[in-house]
Design a protein around this ligand. Sequence first.
Ligand SMILES: Cc1cc2nc3c(=O)[nH]c(=O)nc-3n(C[C@H](O)[C@H](O)[C@H](O)COP(=O)(O)O)c2cc1C
Length: 197
Amino acid sequence: MNVYEAATKRRSIRRFEDKPVPYEVLQKCVDAGRLAPSGRNQQVCEFIIVNDAELLPEMFDTIGGSVKMPPEKGGPRPENTPKGYFVIVINRLLEEDPNRRRITLYDIGMAAENIILTAFEEGLGCCPIMMFKEEAIKSVLGVPEDYDIGLVIVTGYPEETSVAEVATDSTTGWVDENLVRHVPKRKLEDILHHNGF
Ligand SMILES: Cc1cc2nc3c(=O)[nH]c(=O)nc-3n(C[C@H](O)[C@H](O)[C@H](O)COP(=O)(O)O)c2cc1C
């Protein structure tokens, strides 16, 4: 799989096979994440991998959004919940200046996409999750005071199909009667400007 293929074929996945994900595979994804571009190369992001079967339900309680939809609306049945979590944490001591947070958010996005694309190449599906309970995650994972939670990425082997389609009137995704996810994307010619707006 080449980079273009991964970037264009990847979709967010919210239902997963009931199959564990080896730590080595998740570690490879984080290795790609840590080498992502970083503002001033300060590398304030650190990463927690969670794939312990006992921790997975506790982690699932800390997140929200579409991944928590009921099964008939495309959410996971209990056996299809995420089988791994990447938690991107921000080391505030390295960040030094609170005004750096604006840059840190870009760093998180860059690292996250490296992780997600590497996971995709490894046969995994992912979904970035902004809706999370920060204090609950810190408590479950024992995250020290000097760290903030930047982003959660759920992962596992996909148990759903998600297809990108041309957006017409709306960009809101939807799930059909076969539980296939449809993701409207704006057309290239509608968003691309060449040599000026
Ligand atoms: C910054 C960010 C935060 C997101 N947060 C959530 C979330 O909390 N819950 C969720 O189910 N999906 C979340 N998503 C996934 C988006 O819903 C998804 O990327 C979008 O619907 C487009 O689908 P695609 O990723 O398949 O292209 C998030 C995506 C991004 C980039």
